[in-house]
Design a protein around this ligand. Structure first.
Ligand code: AMP
Ligand code: GLY
Length: 424
């Protein structure tokens, strides 16, 4: 079988790595890919938003299955374009990807179907927002409706901050048309947990839980990022909480989407918060997380192609998802200054010291080849050093030791990924 993966980050490297283990797969293409993915797949220089070119490529090269890693093409309707061409593709249709593409849609869906989430209102103009802010308590959360690279969420401590946030999102249009509408949401407190799950339109099979570290600095300080590290499982996501979420959140969401005429096929990423009042949904994503995929996929024992094909064919019910007992932790090595301003183009050394059989992996994100063929930094999040071990603490020690072996000029990482493990 020939597989095409769409995307260029650490998540797509992890997907390609998992796909390569399938005995069914003879060839992997990745568009556009990166220097790490190039080690296991043929990278194709077509952008993730060039749907027609991608579909033509898939046809001309006899691609049997396309896996879409990124949110932008999914929300933009890549799956519909591929399906119209008779191509097999894993990911939600445009009508279903709105679960991530519009926060107003997802909040209204949760309200309509009684799925636990924070109280909220949706506003369509800055004036409407200022009016609504007269009757909220602080802190309050402002969310641009559309996709904003995970940066369209503002937590405002007081009215002055909230009014500045309204200006930023709805008047200055910092996030472009993502700010046409805005969600004003109740602030919730608790531990956050991510649960990625396979969905075939009616059945949902959750993958093991994970815990992200969104802030750039140690001690959860500094600006929000795409994620600086992750581990799986979360010790706070107990079997009781899991049972509750399966019944009241996961299955209800899948049923709600089907009832709305938007059956969801692909991966739903449930961003949850464990409040004193029970688990609630903070957000939905319509894809694997990055870097959640880097710690969850190494723990899945099934052939990933089998699970994905079952989703595409609507027979996920028959799949027994098997999860390794080992824990997994990844530390993102970034360029100093990320997510704001950073330099790139520095050679990376130590990448050849990793062996799958040692349970140590490097999933590359912002990397490229320079004219001499060396692997150099090419983005904010450069790569994720990932380790599997019997316990979370061992995985953490192993990942940090391995992270020392990878060097480049402006290497930056958090030193406290997994700090919550010590509080469990
Ligand atoms: P989101 O992109 O919706 O996941 O939001 C990004 C981050 O903002 C989340 O991971 C939380 O840390 C925080 N956040 C979002 N919504 C809320 C909320 N209602 N209460 C508290 N924190 C929130
Ligand atoms: N790591 C968070 C995300 O992928 O959205």
């Amino acid at each position: 079988m020939k597989v095409l993966i769409i995307g260029s980050g650490g998540r797509e490297h992890a997907i390609a790595w998992a796909v390569r283990k399938s005995p069914k797969v003879e060839k992997i293409f990745c568009a556009p890919g990166n220097a790490g993915i190039a080690g296991i797949a043929e990278c194709v220089n077509i952008g993730a938003m060039e749907f027609d070119r991608l579909a033509s490529f898939a046809k001309e090269n006899g691609v049997d299955l396309t896996i879409v890693g990124m949110d932008d093409p999914l929300v933009g309707g890549i799956v519909d374009v591929f399906e119209a061409e008779g191509l097999r593709v894993f990911g939600p249709s445009k009508r279903a990807a709105v679960l991530e593409g519009s926060k107003a849609f997802s909040k209204d869906l949760m309200k309509k179907y009684g799925i636990p989430t924070a109280g909220y209102s949706v506003v369509r103009s800055a004036d409407e927002a200022r009016e609504a802010l007269k009757s909220v308590s602080y802190p309050v959360v402002l969310k641009a409706d559309g996709l904003a690279l995970g940066k369209g969420v503002l937590i405002c401590e007081n009215e002055a901050e909230a009014l500045a946030g309204v200006r930023e999102i709805m008047e200055d249009r910092k996030f472009g048309s993502a700010g046409d509408r805005m969600v004003i949401e109740e602030f919730l407190e608790g531990r956050e947990v991510s649960v990625l799950s396979f969905v075939d339109g009616k059945t949902v099979k959750p993958m093991p839980s994970a815990m992200d570290h969104k802030r750039a600095g140690d001690g959860d300080t500094g600006p929000n990022t795409g994620g600086m590290g992750n581990f799986s499982p979360s010790p706070f996501y107990t079997p009781e909480i899991d049972a509750y979420c399966r019944e009241h959140i996961f299955q209800k969401t899948v049923d709600a989407m089907a009832a709305e005429g938007r059956p969801f096929r692909g991966v739903i990423f449930f961003g949850l918060i464990l409040t004193s009042d029970g688990p609630k949904v903070l957000e939905y994503n319509a894809r694997f997380g990055d870097p959640e995929a880097q710690v969850v996929l190494p723990r899945i024992e099934n052939d990933l192609i089998d699970v994905i094909e079952a989703c595409v064919d609507g027979r996920l019910e028959d799949v027994d998802l098997r999860v390794s007992e080992d824990a997994c932790l990844c530390v993102v090595l970034a360029s100093e200054g990320y997510p704001l301003k950073y330099e790139k183009g520095f050679p990376i050394s130590g990448l050849d010291t990793f062996r799958d059989e040692d349970g140590e992996f490097v999933f590359q994100a912002g990397t490229a080849f320079d004219p001499e063929g060396r692997v150099v930094t090419n983005g904010g999040r450069v790569l994720a050093v990932t380790a599997l071990a019997p316990t979370l603490k061992e995985a953490r020690a192993k990942a940090y030791a391995a992270a020392e072996r990878v060097t480049f000029a402006n290497k930056y990482m958090r030193h406290d990924i997994g700090h919550a493990i010590d509080e469990a």
